[in-house]
Ligand binder design. Structure first.
Ligand SMILES: Cc1cc2nc3c(=O)[nH]c(=O)nc-3n(C[C@H](O)[C@H](O)[C@H](O)COP(=O)(O)OP(=O)(O)OC[C@H]3O[C@@H](n4cnc5c(N)ncnc54)[C@H](O)[C@@H]3O)c2cc1C
Ligand code: SF4
Length: 326
């Protein structure tokens, strides 16, 4: 890690001021809790001329109920989200995921917006400047080859945020405010399958809030992850599940993955289980389906083979727990 480089820091009090500051300052970047951005600046990965701190903007900082569901401001901290009683009651996977991010001090500063906009991760990228320079950098930043798959032109750095899969199983939407327009999109449309360019965010756009719809409130859901150090680490594989049952059969089953692809991924094909009973045979098939859609590469010290197995095991375990058969 290096010393922080010189930069200007702005603390706007409204989204409009933040947008104007962004437009006036070439090379500006948004800052929230700084728990990813500041680390990346000390590694020479991010070199912003100015940081525009969104954490002082009141309209981004609260959680409230609206007609359609719960709106969570982007500057709400992970600690606040994990402790919010209505979120824990109605969207349990979201509270569980927030509580499982990093360690307590990171959660006290890290925010919902920063977690969703988290950069993708790879052992050849999340390194100091001298380490990366002595290895000729890599495609994602300043280099010409990918050390994970040297023959290709793609980047497989893994999206490793914990919140996204939990929000995805509850059909969350997000609100983005840009210089030209405001838009409201499904969270799933915010991510791309490209480790070098994984967010569908426009220049100068601010992620303002997340909307958790009323329609999915109260549906049993859960989140679990595997990590190297239980007290602090990013997931090496993470999974959220939502399950509702009717008359002994599955009414709705949604599974979403993190840390195994360049984007958080909703597993395709779970509708085929509708009407089925949750039993060993069904859980085996589900584990196979989920692990077949995880495409981890050698982007961490944990092998892709193991991370795929973990995805299968987490799918099995969480759905059994939600069906109360374990
Ligand atoms: C030791 C350690 C362990 C960690 N473990 C985990 C973990 O287990 N799980 C996990 O998910 N993360 C983990 N993290 C990463 C980080 O702490 C969290 O992801 C945190 O939620 C990031 O939020 P932040 O507010 O600090 O983001 P920042 O660092 O402030 O910003 C991150 C990125 O988001 C952009 N951004 C922030 N807010 C907005 C917005 N509203 N609109 C547009 N762009 C925005 C910034 O420009 C930047 O590019 C870990 C970090 C460390 C240092
Ligand atoms: S997957 Fe390849 S290009 Fe992407 S960060 Fe890792 S080494 Fe770099």
């Amino acid at each position: 890690m290096e010393y922080l480089p010189k930069f200007q820091l702005f603390r706007p009090l409204s989204v409009e001021q933040a947008a104007a500051l962004y437009a006036e300052n070439d090379g500006a970047r948004f800052l929230a809790g700084g728990t990813d951005m500041i680390v990346n600046m000390r590694r020479g990965i991010e070199t912003p001329a100015a940081l525009i701190d969104l954490s002082q903007i009141p309209e981004l900082g609260d959680i409230h109920e609206e007609n359609d569901g719960m709106r969570i401001g982007a500057a709400v901290t992970l600690e606040q989200l994990a402790a919010h009683a209505a979120i824990a009651r109605d969207y349990p996977a979201v509270a569980e995921a927030a509580a499982a991010i990093a360690g307590p001090t990171h959660r006290a500063y890290g925010t919902v917006g920063g977690n969703l906009c988290l950069d993708t991760r790879c052992i050849f990228y999340n390194q100091s400047e001298w380490w990366r320079s002595s290895n000729a950098y890599c495609l994602k930043h300043r280099g010409e080859i990918c050390h994970v798959a040297p023959g290709g032109q793609a980047c497989f750095a893994a999206y490793s945020g914990d919140l996204a899969p939990a929000l995805l199983v509850h059909d969350a939407r997000i609100e983005l405010i840009g210089p030209e327009r405001r838009r409201d999109i499904p969270l799933g449309d915010f991510f791309r399958d490209d480790g070098m360019d994984h967010l569908a965010i426009e220049k100068g756009e601010i992620l303002a809030s997340v909307m958790l719809p009323k329609a999915s409130a109260g549906a049993p859901s859960a989140y679990a992850k595997s990590r190297i150090r239980g007290a602090i680490d990013f997931p090496v594989a993470g999974l959220a599940a939502l399950l509702t049952l009717r008359g002994g059969g599955i009414e709705k089953l949604r599974i979403a993955l993190t840390a195994v692809n360049p984007r958080p991924l909703v597993v395709d094909g779970t509708d085929a289980f509708n009407g089925a009973e949750v039993n060993d045979n069904m859980l085996d098939k589900l584990a196979e389906l989920a692990s077949s859609q995880a495409k981890p590469m050698t982007t961490t010290t944990v092998s892709p083979w193991y991370r795929r197995r973990v995805i299968g095991a987490l799918a099995r375990r969480l759905v059994a727990r939600l069906a109360e058969i374990e």
